[in-house]
Design a protein around this ligand. Structure first.
Ligand code: 5GP
Ligand code: MN
Length: 358
């Protein structure tokens, strides 16, 4: 066997592991499943963000429009800045509407899990999903998918799960069924997960999808306004505290922010208020690694967000040290220590990464 031939086989294998469009067999299976009436539940991850809500609600509209019985069940509440999304009022909150949610899950014949790839990402809901008879379909763009679904459409090269929902509809030859509501949901998730089309996961294809969504009725200016122009004075005050707390570790090209529960309380903290704060670290010239540590007294944890520019994989860092994961340049995790102990541990850990960060 020539080495060129061997190289071509290996590179095709590596390519298929990293970039994984849906295969024909899976598309056929999905078409068959959706050609008969199903009871469908669609699940985003806990603390859903724009991509998780956008993708689940977009899929919900589509499935309902093709005559399926579908419900989105979220593990918990989602931020106010998403509460304008068309269809958001139909989402069941597993924490608040517990018995209704459990009924839907136990009756389900098909469960879509979107924007996560491990059942540990849905908190308490995991116990219920572990014991259902329904088939699972996963659509997700995070690394290292777990093996729980009949159909796993996983592609880490994708900008967002929303872009994958667009692809999913394309695989089913149904992009003509994209209504203005669906276009709005998908646009929102692509926009929020790409930092408004600037992260390196944003491809020319992403922009083509976005162009088509605008043609199909997504009001781009209005969506940006709804998501980004919703500040109130307490959130801005909290941002002020966060920026004031920022610690810059020049030796490691790293900047981190802390927010204690007391500081959050002093600004009437609501879910979603700290969205985007972590990115301020990366706006500093030369900074490659930005982190925010947020105390959550109710859960007894420090919730952590990691961001990087360039080759430093925060997914690996979060996985190795903070029970988390995500993408190469955006990941999350948690710590059971106090906030001070956590930042001390974090700073010490950085010593092992000095060469990767300078
Ligand atoms: P964020 O920092 O905005 O909460 O999350 C950034 C990325 O990391 C998202 O893709 C999110 O799904 C993922 N992520 C956040 N927290 C966790 C976590 O605790 N575990 C894992 N595996 N991924 C997380
Ligand atoms: Mn996402």
């Amino acid at each position: 066997m020539s080495s060129l031939f061997l190289f071509s086989i290996i590179s095709k294998y590596v390519y298929s592991c990293i970039f994984a469009p849906m295969n024909l067999e899976d598309i056929k299976t999905v078409k068959k499943l959706l050609s008969t009436p199903q009871k469908i539940v669609i699940v985003p991850h806990k603390n859903p963000d724009g991509d998780a809500i956008g993708s689940t609600v977009a899929l919900w509209h589509y499935l309902k429009n093709i005559g399926q019985d579908a419900t989105v069940v979220s593990p918990n509440d989602f931020p106010d800045f998403l509460k304008w999304i068309p269809g958001n009022e139909s989402i069941l909150n597993f924490e608040k509407e517990n018995s209704q949610s459990k009924n839907k899950i136990s009756e389900a014949t098909l469960i879509f899990t979107l924007d996560f790839n491990h059942l540990s990402r849905i908190g308490q809901m995991q116990d219920y999903l572990n014991n259902v008879v329904a088939e699972f379909i996963m659509i997700d763009h995070h690394q290292a998918p777990a093996d729980y679904a009949k159909i796993t459409y996983s592609d880490v090269s994708m900008s967002s799960t929303c872009e994958m929902v667009y692809n999913f509809m394309e695989y089913l030859n149904d992009t003509d069924k994209i209504t203005p509501e669906i276009a709005t949901c998908i646009y929102t998730g692509i926009m929020t997960d790409t930092g408004s089309f600037k992260f390196k996961s944003t491809t020319s294809r992403t922009h083509r999808v976005i162009a088509d969504l605008i043609d199909k009725g997504a009001q781009n200016t209005e969506i940006h306004h709804q998501i980004y122009d919703t500040n109130n004075s307490s959130r801005l005050k909290l941002l002020g505290i966060a920026l004031n707390n920022m610690v810059i570790l020049e030796d490691y090209n790293t900047a981190y922010i802390t927010l204690t529960q007391e500081e959050l309380n002093s600004c009437n903290y609501k879910k979603g208020d700290t969205e985007g704060f972590v990115n301020y670290g990366l706006t500093l010239k030369g900074i490659k690694f930005a982190v925010i540590f947020i105390e959550n007294s109710e859960e007894g944890i420090i919730k952590i967000s990691f961001r990087s520019v360039g080759d430093f994989s925060v997914n690996q860092f979060a996985r190795n040290h903070f029970e988390g994961g995500g993408h190469d340049n955006a990941a999350g995790g948690k710590s059971d220590l106090t906030i001070t102990e956590t930042t001390e541990r974090f700073t010490k850990l950085l010593e092992n990464y000095k060469t990767d960060l300078i």
